[in-house]
Write a protein that binds this ligand. Structure first.
Ligand code: PLP
Length: 464
């Protein structure tokens, strides 16, 4: 209930405050600068780097002792620091994983920061907690997970996967985790950080399509059982970062049922593809996951940072992470009063849900769906162009917004050099990577504002 309180004695001036007019003037300046960024970024470099000397000259110096000019300080950050980075929201940023964030999400971030939201307990944040539970429920529905699935937002895929692994182990105990050479490198790191010994981390060679070989997985599980080990969980990938490959999810899910193993799906990159028809068929089986990770700061149009972990078993996250000895899951859950601090390692935690809630509410799932779908189509367009030009050879076909390719008859070094030259020029950013030991170039095309011409010109410059 809102209260009205007569103001008491005069409050001393906030030593770190500003007059309301000054707050508005500087706030509006920041808004204008961000909108300028949105409006002009396509005409600026997709990636830019500066030397440590130049950056320290512009941004360093002794500790500022006296107050400075705030407008000048804001402009220094915008002019000297912010240009020098990979612009994941640039329409020709095709490297690693782009982050084509939406303005609605930026507004959500600003609201949350301005109100200093802490989303840690029900008593201290029933409003923001509800926003987060609502957003997790929307993600659950869109990804096809069953009712009762629970989740939490964390900083990104690395921490979301770690959170899932801790829950799996709290439910089933110690054991062996199975992955492949295409699994994202942060997952073995998560396992190491959780204390999985090397003997409990089984890395399988991926098959010719870069997917997890289910026959060999079954053999490894049987061999481990015969050796007295406990097969604990399979870490499947739904959209690998390198080539967009999807492990055979239904077959792995079946094996996990038979072997009583935890079925984890890392959809940090690819899971949003499940929103649209073509992606959903590629990701068939994702809905059977015991735990599923998705990174909204990649393909759900959110600025950094936000990752999400969904866990099928009600209460599993709390059983792994609750810090309240008197915590009574059943009473709390029955009333829907969730303490988000009990679902991951984060206690003091900001709200990463406001931006997602605002994005879904402002744009609606249909518009988001077609934006995701466009990313898939753009990679298919790039593949067609590559096939049409004998300079190029397609190495892996367009899959979930990723295509890899090579210069026909060129050595590995040529690719890295061309990617570096393009980045130095700033016109576009692409990744040079390796596929089955071969140096290749890679485009990740999930920015819905990318044009066909952006792709044609980027390929022309790379072929140059
Ligand atoms: C990006 C990525 C991760 C790691 O996520 P972060 O948000 O960078 O921590 C894990 N798995 C896959 C498949 C990814 O693409």
């Amino acid at each position: 209930m809102a209260g009205e309180y007569a103001s008491g004695p005069r409050r001393p001036a906030d030593p770190l405050g500003m007059a309301p007019d000054e707050m508005r003037r500087l706030g509006h300046l920041v808004v204008d600068l961000v909108i300028d960024h949105f409006e002009t970024r396509a005409d600026r470099p997709a990636i830019q780097q500066e030397t440590p000397e130049e950056l320290w000259k512009a941004l360093g110096g002794p500790v500022p002792r006296a107050p400075g000019d705030p407008e000048q300080a804001i402009r220094t950050l915008v002019e000297s620091a912010l240009p020098h980075m990979q612009h994941g929201d640039h329409p020709r940023y095709f490297a690693r994983v782009p982050s084509p964030s939406s303005f609605a999400a930026v507004l959500g971030e600003w609201l949350g920061t301005g109100h200093n939201v802490i989303a840690t307990s029900w008593a201290g944040a029933s409003g923001p907690t509800t926003v987060e539970l609502v957003v997790i429920e929307w993600l659950r529905v869109l990804l096809g997970m069953p009712e009762g699935t629970e989740g939490v937002l964390v900083s990104g895929g690395s921490l979301a996967n770690l959170t899932a692994f801790a829950a799996a182990r709290a439910e089933l105990g110690d054991g062996v985790a199975y992955l492949t050479d295409q699994t994202h490198s942060s997952l073995p790191r998560d396992l190491r950080a959780l204390g999985f010994p090397p003997s409990h981390i089984r890395v399988l060679d991926s098959d010719v399509t870069l997917r997890m070989p289910v026959g060999e997985l079954a053999e490894a599980v049987a061999a481990d059982r015969a050796a007295g080990l406990r097969p604990l969980m399979v870490l499947a990938t739904a959209g690998s970062t390198n080539t967009g490959s999807v492990d055979p999810l239904p077959e792995i899910a079946d094996l996990c049922v038979t072997e009583n193993m935890w079925f984890h799906v890392d959809g940090a990159y690819g899971a949003p593809a499940a929103l649209c028809d073509s992606g959903r068929s590629a990701l068939r089986g994702i809905e059977r996951a015991d735990s599923l990770v998705v990174d909204p700061h990649k393909w759900l149009f959110q600025p950094y940072d936000v990752g999400c972990v969904l866990v099928r078993r009600p209460g599993a996250l709390e059983r792994a992470f609750s810090i309240d000895a008197e915590y009574l899951k059943d009473t709390a859950a029955a009333r829907g009063e969730v303490n988000l601090r009990d679902r991951s390692l984060e206690l003091s935690r900001r709200s990463r849900a406001l931006k997602l809630w605002l994005t879904f509410t402002v744009h609606g799932a249909d518009r988001i769906r077609s934006a995701v779908s466009r990313g898939i189509q753009l990679a298919e367009f790039a593949e067609e162009r590559l096939h049409a030009d004998p300079v190029w050879e397609v190495v892996t076909p367009a899959r979930l917004g990723v295509v890899t390719f090579a210069l026909s008859g060129s050595g590995d070094g040529a690719h890295a050099a061309r990617a570096a030259a393009l980045a130095a020029d700033g016109y576009a950013a692409v990744t040079s990577t390796t596929v089955r030991g071969r140096g290749v170039l890679r485009l990740c095309t999930i920015n819905p504002t990318t044009t066909e011409d952006d792709i044609v010109q980027t390929l022309a410059r790379l072929a140059g």
